[in-house]
Write a new protein. Structure first.
Length: 265
């Protein structure tokens, strides 16, 4: 085992959590589950597998992941989601690290799946994220969506060998549902930081996203799944700003105060 704590956030992940934990157990003796009150067998599986389990209300991806960081045994943190499984090459790569420089962060490549099909092209085929870091210097931003790491100015990055296999969606229905969910969260975040909806991000940006993923990045080579991903990516980008425009209009209505009429004689 290596001095790394694996942090996993969960919500009704009974169908895949055992595989995620099995990979984590090849890395560490400290697996922390932050669970958002699952109603299936997620907790029983995690406890049976020897994980430390804590339940927490959902306060956003960044906040819940930071809770796991606080509870970790080690300063080095490997952050994974329940539908993400480290492969053997990545496990071996992790065991080879010295982990003696807290300014170093480690980037990991992803292999993403649509159902059981591996997506090799498009934006999914290029996916990678920093997932291993030292909590002394690094935390997650307090965001409801698009969780982002706050890195020190002197951070150095290294790409690891191996992959995290991400079983992102079971089918097009789930993919579409996630696109809708994340679009709403993104719109709320944009409103909070003052980002505005305009013609470019409502119409041009979604179209460019489709062209980039499906044509420029070769998404068409993934067949019907590649087309579904490109379409849903387009829909997600459009919906984010459609919802943002709606929120902006609602806010303007609330802020509008009918002026007092002054009548001069």
């Amino acid at each position: 085992m290596i001095p790394v704590s694996v942090i996993i956030i969960t919500k009704n992940e009974a169908d895949i959590i055992a595989d995620c934990i099995a990979a984590a157990k090849m890395i560490t003796d400290d697996i922390v589950i932050i669970d958002n009150y699952s109603t299936d067998e997620t907790l029983n599986i995690a406890l049976t597998e020897g994980c430390r389990v804590y339940q927490k209300n959902w306060d956003g991806y960044g906040t819940n992941k930071n809770k796991g960081i606080e509870l970790a045994k080690y300063d080095w943190i490997l952050s994974v989601d329940a539908d993400e499984i480290a492969d053997l090459e990545l496990v071996m790569s992790l065991h080879s690290l010295k982990l003696n420089d807290p300014t170093m962060v480690y980037d990991i490549r992803f292999k993403s799946y649509f159902g059981k099909k591996l997506i090799r092209y498009g934006s999914w085929g290029r996916d990678h994220h920093i997932r291993l870091f030292n909590r002394i210097l690094v935390k997650w931003a307090q965001s409801n969506v698009h969780e982002t790491l706050i890195l020190p100015d002197n951070a150095k990055m290294q790409r690891l060998d191996g992959y995290i296999h991400h079983y992102s969606v079971k089918d097009s229905t789930e993919c579409n549902s996630k696109a809708l969910y994340y679009a709403r969260l993104s719109a709320e975040m944009y409103l909070s930081i003052g980002k505005k909806a305009n013609a470019i991000n409502l119409h041009i940006s979604p179209l460019f996203g489709f062209i980039k993923g499906y044509i420029l990045f070769g998404g068409f080579l993934d067949g019907k799944e590649g087309l579904q991903i490109a379409r849903i990516t387009y829909k997600n980008k459009w919906l984010k700003y459609h919802y943002l425009l709606r929120l902006e209009n609602n806010l303007k209505k609330k802020q509008y105060i009918k002026p007092n009429l002054v009548v001069e004689y």
